[in-house]
Write a protein that binds this ligand. Structure first.
Ligand SMILES: Nc1ncnc2c1ncn2[C@@H]1O[C@H](COP(=O)(O)OP(=O)(O)O)[C@@H](O)[C@H]1O
Ligand SMILES: [Mg+2]
Length: 318
């Protein structure tokens, strides 16, 4: 079978210098490398902004060719539980580090752990801190218990700047030899924001299918609704045509294989441009949060999205 490159791996920077944005973070991390003194750290911020990338780049800068033996990545929210996570840490920490005084354990999604599991993690961190440095990655630092936070140097990863994302898109397009229209570039940024993993995946999906990527291709490959579609659905709902809104939305969801989270993301993106009052927008946003939570908690995507539309229709009727 012919191998296809996964672009998120192909374009992952190898060194801290190549990481896009995050100037201050990079210079602090580079200082750790120069002094060969790495503290426990917490990388907090939205998805696709370079948390994992920066941890790997740090390990490569620090250990050179030995980085793989001295660096391990584990998902903290491993569904088999904190015991499996601790077992992984123990096995890794027990073996000797190669040409180094300590190894680095990168724990992804640490904020998915319950407070109790985090306490267990904290004890494990202490047990192995002699020869292991921990980097915890999370979306929200506030979800990490204080005793862990206070032991870590905290780094906040912001969303990448739009111009940097544009430059990145241009670079990938030149390198992979495909064309992309200005409208499509704007659409990628609209859909993916500063999430460079999504940006990269959308580009790769688009480029597999064609040599020239245009705006409409983006919404198809991004599991996303077009701005006009969202406007139409929301306006129908707000005008009291709940059934129309529901039918149109469910058809689009089936057609494009969207789940509830995709729909919520799409609506969230467009809500600010709707022609309704500021209070109306705020109420919709509040409801998006509520329904996102319910879906995350296991509520049926279809039913929750329908209930969300009913809520929005109700807003319009007042
Ligand atoms: N700051 C960045 N500089 C360069 N590439 C990045 C950056 N952030 C994300 N990427 C790209 O997006 C992909 C996902 O990034 P990753 O570091 O895994 O994000 P996360 O913050 O979710 O850990 C990587 O493969 C990388 O190519
Ligand atoms: Mg990551």
């Amino acid at each position: 079978m012919a191998e296809i490159d996964i672009w998120t791996e192909k374009y992952r920077p190898d060194t801290l210098d190549e990481v896009i944005n995050h100037k201050d973070i990079k210079s602090r991390l580079k200082a750790f490398v120069e002094e060969d003194s790495v503290p426990h750290m917490m990388f907090a911020g939205p998805a696709g902004t370079g948390k994992t990338t920066s941890a790997i780049a740090l390990a490569k800068d620090l250990y050179g060719d030995d980085w793989k033996q001295n660096f391990m990545e584990t998902n903290a929210s491993d569904e088999r539980g904190i015991d499996v996570v601790r077992e992984n840490i123990k096995n890794f920490a027990r073996t000797k580090s190669i040409n180094a005084d300590y190894k680095i354990m990168f724990l992804d999604e640490a904020d998915a752990l319950t407070a109790d599991a985090q306490q267990a993690l904290r004890r494990t961190m202490e047990q192995f801190s002699e020869n292991t440095r921990f980097i915890l990655s999370c979306n929200y630092s506030s979800k990490i218990i204080d005793p862990i936070q206070s032991r870590c140097a905290v780094f906040r990863f912001n969303r990448l700047a739009e111009d940097d994302v544009k430059d990145y898109i241009k670079r990938v397009a030149e390198n992979e030899d495909f064309k992309i229209t200005q409208g499509a570039v704007d659409a990628v940024i609209r859909v993916a924001g500063g999430d460079l993993r999504r940006v990269t995946n959308i580009l790769q999906t688009g480029a597999i299918q064609r040599d020239k990527i245009e705006e409409e291709n983006i919404y198809d490959s991004a599991a996303s609704l077009r701005p006009e579609e969202i406007n139409e659905i929301l306006e129908s709902a707000l005008d009291g045509n709940f059934m129309d809104a529901r039918d149109e939305l469910s058809e689009l969801m089936i057609d494009r294989g969207l789940d509830g989270q995709d729909v919520i993301n799409s609506i969230h993106r467009e809500v600010f441009d709707l022609d309704i009052s500021e209070e109306g927008k705020l109420e919709i946003i509040e409801n998006l949060g509520e329904f996102e939570f319910r879906i995350a908690e296991g509520g049926s995507s279809d039913i929750q999205i329908e209930a969300l539309l009913a809520k929005i229709a109700d807003l319009g009727g007042r």
